[in-house]
Design a binder for this molecule. Structure first.
Ligand code: ZN
Length: 58
């Protein structure tokens, strides 16, 4: 998910411009390693981990 087009509810400016503390907080949250992952990407990650675990157990 990109935040380029998100509009801040606090200052009504694009979040990517970081004009107010709310913008900057949202921007930082979405730039965290796992903060920007989509549910689909998380699901893929879980499947990969489960497969690796199953291989290790055998
Ligand atoms: Zn803002």
């Amino acid at each position: 998910m990109t935040y380029d087009r998100l509009v801040c509810a606090n200052c009504a400016a694009p979040v990517s411009e970081g004009r107010c503390p709310t913008c900057r907080a949202n921007r930082e949250r979405m730039q965290q390693p796992f903060g920007g992952l989509t549910p689909g990407a998380l699901l893929v990650l879980l499947v990969v981990l489960a497969t690796a675990a199953a291989l290790l157990v055998r």
